[in-house]
Design a protein around this ligand. Structure first.
Ligand code: HEM
Length: 272
């Protein structure tokens, strides 16, 4: 593998201060939101479609739970009527050497023990911090041209789609100032679709917002559907995070990290 210096390209200023600060702010927010969100989910570990939930309804699309089978506790996930055994991972968790009925492992939730109240305090604090960060990013990116130049894919970019997919499949990356089309599409999906959807479905579940703007819950087909969309968007963000880290590692982690921490990025010699 060639080192950063051997590549010999110019060291350029690629990431502006606003991009870097907001990037790390939402990375921190999303960490706390995920773990406190899983704590809140444990209070009712089912997902429904529609306006209502309860024992008299049969509209759960996902349930995480546990049951005693042949004298032993087993964890399960029911998804659209299909049951999967998830003992040790989901539903039934090892705590001090015994399997306990618990939706998620203790390391996956904030706090690690069952505490809905604290989970909600952490979640709502970081939810507002995330919304504020996204607003700062939007205003700064409109003002300095980042949104138009680096995030919104243009016609030219889309023409490169096939070439870019093939290059990514071969793990070949051009190190240059501009994002390639797959980067643009994925960052656009996160910043302009997933995060706003996360915030909107969060607001749709809030009784306070319901009182102020009741229509927001109806837009998502009810509070339970909003909760299900909120959960699916969370899974998409986790998926993005895994791919994002793999791409950073494949593209050269030190150079990539330097750019998102200090702004400075080493380009390939031929792409200067
Ligand atoms: C929840 C966690 C994260 C999310 C949602 C996220 C999302 C994003 C987004 C949307 C961008 C584009 C920002 C812009 O141009 O305005 C970006 C860029 C970047 N991120 Fe993250 N990120 C996360 C965590 C991380 C972590 C942990 C690392 C480092 C290991 C990292 C490394 C980078 C780098 C190097 C870039 C520069 C863009 C590039 O050249 O592709 N990110 N990230």
């Amino acid at each position: 593998m060639t080192t950063d210096a051997e590549r010999g390209g110019a060291l350029i200023y690629k990431q502006r201060l606003a991009t870097r600060v907001t990037h790390w702010a939402w990375a921190i927010c999303l960490f706390f939101l995920l773990l406190s969100g899983l704590q809140i989910f444990m209070a009712r570990p089912d997902l429904y479609i529609g306006h209502q939930s309860g024992f008299e309804f049969d509209n759960a699309v996902l349930t995480i739970g546990s049951a005693i089978t042949d004298g032993a506790r087993r964890g399960f996930v029911d998804l659209f009527g299909w049951r999967f055994d998830t003992t040790g991972w989901l539903g039934a968790i090892w705590v001090n050497g015994t399997l306990q009925p618990r939706t998620f492992p203790t390391w996956m939730t904030i706090p690690s023990y069952r505490d809905l109240g604290s989970g909600r305090v952490v979640h709502f604090f970081f939810a507002w911090a995330l919304a504020a960060t996204l607003l700062v990013w939007l205003v700064a990116s409109l003002a300095n041209g980042h949104l138009k130049r680096d995030i919104l894919p243009g016609r030219e970019d889309l023409r490169e789609f096939g070439t870019d997919v093939r290059a990514h499949a071969r793990l070949e990356f051009d190190r240059k100032r501009d994002y390639n089309v797959l980067q643009k599409l994925s960052y656009f999906s996160i910043l302009c679709v997933a995060l706003p959807l996360m915030i909107a479905t969060g607001l749709a579940m809030s009784p306070g917002t319901n009182a102020l703007v009741p229509w927001i819950t109806d837009v998502f087909g009810g509070r339970q559907t909003a909760r299900t969309i909120h959960f699916i968007t969370m899974l998409a963000l986790v998926g993005f995070f895994v791919v994002h880290i793999v791409m950073v590692l494949a593209a050269g982690p030190l150079n990539e990290l330097r750019s998102i921490v200090t702004g400075w990025y080493r380009t390939d010699a031929e792409t200067e």
